[in-house]
Design a protein around this ligand. Structure first.
Ligand code: 4NP
Length: 160
């Protein structure tokens, strides 16, 4: 984190249309409820570029909206500059983590702390936020439940 800037967080999944837009939305929602919404810079990105420019998946947006959470993001692909632009890069699953770590290794430098978002969970004990894209509605609810737990822990960590 630079001395003057707000802590910045980039949430990363595969397509940037389900899990990472939800993580961004859940984090901001919780943060706003705590009165700290303007204290952070948040963004999300995908390791893949298939959905660049698209809004979040309608199923993810509906599930989030039912909890009062808006997901306004447009998909983009993670780029090398992100490794030094953000203080934190929070990945959704082991594949995303390996991808970002490999980018950092190839580039030779990353100032961002690169961590699985589930490392901030306290209620759930899981390694991955499962990809809901090819599954049923319960998968989207599970994503939101996991992200709620993880983002609460993350906010607590950032406040301490
Ligand atoms: P996300 O979900 O990584 O949570 O955005 C996916 C979205 C799209 C695809 C895979 C996962 N896809 O294969 O197109």
């Amino acid at each position: 984190m630079t001395a003057s800037a707000k802590p910045s967080l980039l949430f990363v999944c595969l397509g940037n249309i389900c899990r990472s837009p939800a993580a961004e939305g859940v984090f901001l929602h919780l943060s706003e409820n705590q009165g700290t919404g303007d204290r952070f810079e948040v963004d999300s990105a995908g390791t893949g570029g298939w959905h660049v420019g698209k809004p979040a998946d309608g199923r993810m947006r509906s599930a989030a909206q039912a909890r009062g959470i808006e997901l306004p993001s447009r998909a983009r692909q993670i780029e090398i500059a992100d490794l030094n632009r953000f203080d934190w890069i929070l990945t959704m699953d082991s594949d995303n983590l390996a991808h970002v770590q490999a980018m950092a290794k190839r580039h030779g430098q990353a100032t961002a702390k690169i961590l699985p978002i589930t490392s901030f969970c306290s209620g759930f004990s899981v390694r991955d936020v499962p990809d809901p894209y090819y599954g049923g509605p319960e998968g989207f609810e599970q994503v939101l439940d996991l992200l709620d737990d993880a983002c609460r822990g993350l906010l607590e960590h950032l406040a301490s």
